[in-house]
Design a protein around this ligand. Sequence first.
Ligand code: UD1
Ligand code: CA
Length: 462
Amino acid sequence: MKDSVAIILAAGEGKRMKSATAKILHPLAGKPLLFYPLNAARKVKSQKIIVVVGYQGEKVKRTFSDEDIIFVTQWKQLGTGHAAASARDALTGFKGDVLILCGDIPLIKDSTLATLIALHQEAKNLVTVLTTTMKNPTGYGRIVRDHKGLVQKIIEDKDATSQEKEISEINSGIYCFDAEFLFEALESLSRQNAQNEYYLTDTIAIARDRGKSVGAVCAADETEVMGINNRIELAQASDVMRMQILEKLMLEGVSVINPKDTYIDFGVTIGKDTLICPNTFLMGNTDIGENCLIEPGCQIKDSKIGNQVTVRLASVIHESIIRDRATIGPFAHIRPGSDVGEGVRIGNFVEVKKTTIGKGSKASHLTYLGDTTVGSEVNVGAGTITCNYDGVSKHQTIIEDGVFIGSNTELVAPVKIGKEALIGAGSTITKNVPPGNLAISRAKQVNLPKKPFLGKKEEKEP
Ligand code: UD1
Ligand code: CA
């Protein structure tokens, strides 16, 4: 097998997106578009991956900074041929095959790329193009074949005659080239066309004119080579990707009540026998265990959820850990930096931020726990508030194991409640409470006869 490298063309602005953000950075199932062709190139074991950047190039490099990519810059976007030529210096002396991918074709499968490369190498072609037939080929370059059915040239939509526009076989924008031929052919491109650009597609006719072999692989599924040029296509591709993600999960044993209304990002993992209810968003770097129930309308992002966890209706969990058998919600908000222990119960209208909660503790109603460490088997009564912010800085609250906090309590941080202490309902706690103590800080109740007060109230001015 010949060596192969990949060039991903990603310098264009993507004007049709009408966006301040470069097209290839727009998210699809939680990852920027460019992530997907990169992923596919890695899977077919491209020895080098060169990404041609231009528009917002620095931002693109920053976004993919942790990856094994060689970036080259196309300073002026003069067309796909010019973009491919920008990779020349990065491949000096390279004699193998070059796989060309586009940053805006995210649904491409590595199995299709593997077929393309294998066929290209078997047939010893100079270039092999990935094509497909489309019901509506408008906008795409068309594959013109001769009377023998061999690929003759690619004609761009904007340059095509009305007869050529009838052709339903299109250029996917993905090719496998002999490296030496590619860089040599790119030298002879001209800009005499409707877009005044150097077209990579013109290299096909160049190979043919030299009597050299040009091949084509026709992808069976047109959605796989769909190029994203505007936001309508982005939404369509999102739909396809979403169904692929959901189908894979369902085949692995996850139940999804209504796949059409369930949004799971690429890379989210879910254990078997977990049930996902509709209108749920599972986002970013999220892992969910087995036997969980995720009720409708939840949003879970960059979080780790254990086994047998129940996340009830309309709860939000961000950048947190929820351990086995915990119950969250309904209407709970777990904010970044929280670690909710085994079997913990977080009930309705409870907000938790940068807080660790030990095994078996409960905060069942109307509570705010911020910058707090809660031990195990603690009961946090309804309406408890940790007053963590003094207007300038945030302070810590520590609630040790077995504490019972009565309802409607304020814990003014920094403050520590010792092991198994009891806080009387309605207290405002400003001082540490020693272990095992009862703390109560509320005005003494007075009971007075009702009548004289009522009488006064009824007095009228003469
Ligand atoms: C291109 C093909 C067309 C094919 C279609 C498939 C050409 C001339 N046309 O058209 O035959 O059917 O893709 O989706 O190749 N890019 C650069 N620098 C540039 C121009 C483009 O890096 O100067 C990059 C873009 O960022 C994009 C890719 O190349 O990722 C394709 O460019 P685009 O302008 O979208 O080409 P299409 O008009 O879609
Ligand atoms: Ca395109």
